[in-house]
Design a protein around this ligand. Sequence first.
Ligand code: HEM
Length: 511
Amino acid sequence: MFITKSITGDCISLVITFLVILIGYFKWSYQYWHKRNVPYLQPQIPFGNIKNPLRSKEFSGVTIKKIYDEMKTRGWKHGGLYVFNKPNYFPIDLDLVKNVMTKDFQHFVDRNTFANEKEPLHEHLLNLKGAKWRNLRAKLTPTFTSGKMKMMFSVMAECQEGLQKRLEKESLKNQPIDIKEVLACFTTNIIGTCAFGLEFKALEDEDSAFREFGRQLFTVSKLQMFKIMFIRTFPKLATSLNISAGRKETSKFIMNIVEDTVGYREKNNYTRNDFMQLLINLKNKAPPESGAHDGKPLTMNEIASQAIVFFAAGFETSSTLMTFALYELSKNPNIQEKLRSEINEVLAKHQNNITYDSIQDIKYLTQVIDETFRMHPPVPTLNRKCTKDYKVENQDAVIEEGTPVLISVLGIHYDKDYYPNPEKFDPERFSDENRKSRHHYAHLPFGDGPRNCIGMRFGLLQSKMGLVSLIRNFKFSLNEKTKQPLIYKPNSLVLSVEGEVWLNAERINTM
Ligand code: HEM
């Protein structure tokens, strides 16, 4: 009882004072871009330019695309936005995007991710910063060369048979097929054999622990989504409050598998053409193929951290790509038929075998994939953090160290200036001639620059293998159970469809 004459009165006064200070603080924060000569859209207290992650029904990538559209309509080359009260820089002009990702990369080395150091498996490429990231990237880059992919092809190809059998089984049921589920099982099996040297049996066994594990990794609740955004925006506060977005069971699950696998191979002197072997080699001796690193062998923890990120990044993005490709091919039967003819034509030149080389020769498949990536990029927003103050080229603006940067891949991919009639699925946009006539940064499914996707070749290879094997043997059409128009799920880490994509598959005899 020191402000008013009652406890209730005092409490109300305190709450009001706190709210007034908080609102004042937010208003002051929202002057940031104005003071730096960067155009910005009016933010709303307390979420800034994003929507309430606990209540919004909109996928965050779509919200960011709308911001891109708005700024582009106003003719801005770049802009500022606020996530809660945190200023984020937003390049729009493709030359500015290129500068951030490649030309002036030394100012934007880090991603705006944050991991609680108390979590055991946080030391992976997606999270690491500065010198630690450079070191690890240099050690791991030789793991993903085309030579290594070729070497892994036979291990990968074993999973293709399982995919065909599973689809055959599904098609005989005469029921709509949840195609994403089938493809996620396929890529789970591939990553199981390539990253862990184990048979995950996700296609064969509906109760596979690994498929369940993958599902859990990518099923995030609204609360978890909120936590991810909170951690990214207030990393120091999140550390002090010991808030983490990871799950302890996940780390334990992976660590046990990795320890068992490494132990077994070392004890039995067993080697295999897979990622795990390449990681074990990096643990036992300094990596020989690239000199731009500290030369220290990988620790067991580092191996497990890479394994979990290869697992997560490896299965979900590729199954997402294949799902959207089959969705678009089902809606566009002529394009599906054209692709099937080319597949059959090329494979005929390779004794009807799906080999590493025959897959690379199917040019129209690359066009279909690139157009699918354009319309449905699995990672629709890229992010970086400014690591050194940066003067924006040809603009009177300096981006301060520590400022997060967002790049709207979805916005760029639907920009009419680069892709007229953007809602139309048209693989001809990626003919050699059309591709050359466009700015290179108008297509960013794997990001770009030194921090682009390290697993691009692997992701493309497994997706091409899956699509070739399916299109060659099955005719796909859209089942009415698929909601039209597509809506992206709000709480998802990669692009995914609300209500799932349901297809009909009819077996065709190719021989
Ligand atoms: C279709 C498949 C895939 C897509 C669309 C995809 C997309 C991406 C994107 C957009 C990024 C961020 C790039 C940037 O910030 O510039 C990324 C990073 C990354 N991806 Fe992928 N990815 C795919 C497959 C894979 C696979 C198969 C692996 C591993 C086996 C993988 C491992 C990684 C890693 C480790 C990073 C972080 C790289 C770094 O920071 O150095 N990805 N991916």
